[in-house]
Design a protein around this ligand. Structure first.
Ligand code: SF4
Length: 83
């Protein structure tokens, strides 16, 4: 994903209409609020892949919390090892 394609999907993000700290919540209630916004977003997949690829470990990206992204990354590593 080059810089231009990153800028393209970021420009389409539903989060543009919210304060950035909405996506860096300090508790589960905040995570749920961010997830609900992500659920309305048209670029969720690109956002999630960006966060996974860049090992971003803070905030809600692509509708997933840090913990959820760690689980996805772990599942992918296991799947690759099984091949
Ligand atoms: S998926 Fe969520 S964090 Fe990612 S661009 Fe969309 S609204 Fe923003």
């Amino acid at each position: 994903m080059n810089e231009e394609s990153v800028a393209n999907w970021m420009a389409e993000g539903a989060c543009r209409a919210y304060l950035p700290n909405t996506f860096f919540p300090s508790d589960g209630v905040g995570v749920d609020k961010a997830r609900k916004i992500c659920a309305t977003c048209s670029v969720t997949a690109a956002c999630l892949e960006y966060a996974l690829k860049n090992h971003i470990d803070h905030g809600v990206w692509g509708g997933c919390s840090e913990r959820e992204r760690r689980r996805i990354s772990k599942r992918r590593r296991i799947a690759v090892q099984a091949i």
